[in-house]
Design a protein around this ligand. Sequence first.
Ligand code: PGA
Length: 245
Amino acid sequence: MRLFIFDDYQALSRAGAALVAEVVAARPTAALVLATGVTPMGLYQELAERRDRGAFDTSQLRIFQLDEYLGLGPDDQRSLFLWMKRAVLAPWAITPANVARLPGNSSEPQVACRVYDRAIEAVGGFDLAVLGLGSNGHLGFNEPPADPTSRTHIVALTEASVESNARYWGGRDQVPRQALTVGLAWLLAARHILLVVSGEHKRAILRRVVEGPVSPETPASYLQKAANVTVIADKAAWGDITQVT
Ligand code: PGA
């Protein structure tokens, strides 16, 4: 695991964008699984600007959705697909045929999870996972206690996730209680993993992820065992920079 600390969110976003651009330059057909949430938005925006300058070729990229609330269709204002559409698919001009949507509104979500697994298998797994860190240590909606061998599956959101997602949707009662998520097994097997962490409120959990024991109670701690993991954080999220180990 490599850890880089940046002065502020802007520097963090630029560095994250550079890493994604490097992976894509080496493999223009790369399969990417991308988080929503607030943290990677600067990075995605930076890449959209690079694309507009002709410096980031998105024409052959395959984009996979990381997680979705159960029961929501792609046009629901709270759907994470719609968020991804606004933040990535539209500004990067991704060809619709190259997008894998997690169908939160499937009438048979278990079957939908298996179909999604087959789609991931068909591209040979992920070349790159861009992930945010939940305040409870989750990756995607792999909530604690998490199973590191899980594939795409249905989860019940923890109270911590309901609480932290309430800020996006205007209240707890707006947050669905179940979700679909790509499992840890797929994420940990990605050929590159980029974890993006910003803000003082992530400080305690980030330390546990990087320095604490590997445990189902801290899902992101399994990154300690994965290959090719880059953690980028701003100073607010890491705290005392002299303590980088
Ligand atoms: P955030 O979400 O980037 O909005 O803080 C992270 C997460 O919950 O995975």
